[in-house]
Design a protein around this ligand. Sequence first.
Ligand SMILES: [Zn+2]
Length: 405
Amino acid sequence: MRPLLSLLLAAVLCSADSIPAKDRILLLISLDGFGADVLADPHMPVPNLRRLASEGAVASRMTTSNPTVTWPNHTTMVTGVYAAEHGVLYNGLLVRGGPGKPVHVEPWRDKSELVRVPTIYDLAHQAGLTTAEVDWVAIQNAPTITWSFAERPDPKARIPRELVEAGVISAPDVAAFHKHPITWRDQIWTQAASYMIEKHRPNLLLFHLLNTDTVQHRYGPRTLAAASALSLADARVGDLLRALERAGILDRATIFVVADHGFKQVTHNIKPNALLRREGLLRAAGGEIHCDAYVVPEGGTAMVYVTAAGGKAPLLRKLKEIFGRLEAVAGIFEPKDYEAMGFPDPVRNGQMADLVLAAKAGYSFTAAHDGMRYSSPGATASGAARAWTAPATSISRPPSRGCSA
Ligand SMILES: [Zn+2]
């Protein structure tokens, strides 16, 4: 994803021969979980993406970064560096519960707490350009974003109020936004982005759709449901192209369509916390968990934390021994391995785990601590498919006038 940032920076910051940067727009569209294999299928109905591809350039795949989940990979896209440097390891901030308590992930934290390096929108803002985001991640309350319609929009914020005034959305629907179906939220996010394009003309707009991810988690990749969701996302891209046309700026727009990861089908979930419980390292009673170690799943990988007070070395030896016995675990990685994998040193980033587990093909991890070590996801279970290191999509369409940088 590093080359992607170079392209984005050149597109948003450089001066074209005849169009000043302030009169141009870079639209970065992320279709969550849109695997590169989808475009290779000639019978996938995505006419807008095909049109963009035929007018622009297509990469056969994007290389994902670790951990291969949504927020770390989106942050890599806008920073050009791995989690080792940008610091985002989860879809939120890892918070420690104290000695003997599990760790947990809190999503609604400010960008300043999550992202440790400058982003493309920071640089654009610094260069005097305007910036906007719709449903982007790890970006809450970023002071360098000019206009925002967030994943959970703030009813008091400027753009949500303008959209209520324009009749795009009602005030009660803004207030209860996150409770509504993801298909509807994708539509409103698209309308919000279209409104910003026509009304405010930001120089940089970061846009993210989620239904493609939700559907593939629930029904699995390469299903009719997944194809329908991917095709619907293509229609939303078409909506944005028409907004650029209506605004009269399509000829000065640079459009990138990208994805954060693809999907792989799994047949079983691994439950490392259930194993910890069987080994007496995790105890659950009265809705409370007390533990010497705790595992946070991230699809095909899992992050292992020693939570007991005192020296870690004997516990780490035991954890490696018990997870090493699981035939579905392909590898156990330690801090000495992290640099090569793009993970941070735990000394520099307190969110980083003591060990990382990798699953064999066909398996993913779950946080459940009850029952046996494994479970089979049902057809409609949320564990039917998990994000993993499948290649992601990348299409770019330059403006009709080239950029000279
Ligand atoms: Zn994602």
